[in-house]
Design a protein around this ligand. Sequence first.
Ligand code: AQP
Length: 344
Amino acid sequence: MAKFVERVFSGVQPTGNLHLGNYLGAIVKFVELQKTHDCLYCVVDLHAITLPQKPEELKANIREVTAAFIACGIDPEKHIVFNQSQVTEHAELAWVFNCVARIGWLNRMTQFKEKAGKDRENASVGLYAYPCLMAADILAYRATHVPVGEDQKQHLELARDIAQKFNLDFAASIAANGYGDAFFPLPEPLIQGPATRVMSLRDGSKKMSKSDPSDYSRINLSDDADAIAQKVRKAKTDPEPLPSEVEGLKQRPEADNLVGIFAALNGETKLDVLKVFGGGNFSAFKSALVDLAVAKLGPIGAEMQRLKSDPASIDRVLVDGAARARAVASKNMAMVKDILGFVR
Ligand code: AQP
């Protein structure tokens, strides 16, 4: 198999309320990967419209995610930060992938089932085809590594299946065009650390999510210190003291979640956290968690506010990023057209 230049791609939907799950599951890794890779970080607004969005809110949320990227430490000059709808190759390649992916593959996607719910017949076609667009996002840049939370694992596997099927279906044309023995890399998910799936603060069996109707279920990146303190103090727990071993967190989803959040925010393991707090009650642990969360997230929230007060400068970052992203994606898309047999 061909050797591909390592490149990182990932995206976040501008659907409001960026939360601790997005931060620990994805954005922290985005920041870290900048040290070792060329990275593209995308505000995936085409994904957002798979569910109804109000235009003015969508616009504000695109700027909000961009501000969060920068406030968390993503450097839009060394790397590429942009919004998906400004680079039309994403939608173009997604159509090609709609024709490569099989209906049976998409029928297995659990996120569609969760998001469409019981009213499946009324879900948008876009929501159903979402994973094909996600594959296009990644493969438009022939990206090799994709940092995501646990919930995106199945979509990443589908992206790999699409890449592999394209490579096999068009192997002869890829070779005839002089594009090597495989055109797309099989992108690798990067899912690791103590908080790959941050759970709701109200219910340890549900993922922390932007769309949860209860704001107490999540810590938003824009929350101030008081809001963070209230939410952590009200977070659901159980009556037992914290265990001293990670094993003791099994069957205790809320305790496991809070310990995982602490560990991830402090850059340590769950065992490290339990060495300090094991045997103690939740109130002391929660106080320490409030202090830690406020210390880590407070400066991010403040910087996001500062950046959002100048929307024109955020828009400039996105326009510049889109131009640089397009330069890569358009070359790859031209080669895809050659491979498919389109005249250009
Ligand atoms: N709870 C989570 N724990 C860890 N990682 C998470 N991510 C999302 N929720 C958690 C990761 O954040 C990145 C961006 O996610 P997204 O906004 O594009 O989509 P999502 O996964 O659908 O996020 P939400 O919050 O659950 O949104 P809604 O409520 O609108 O569906 C991804 O890498 C994701 O894995």
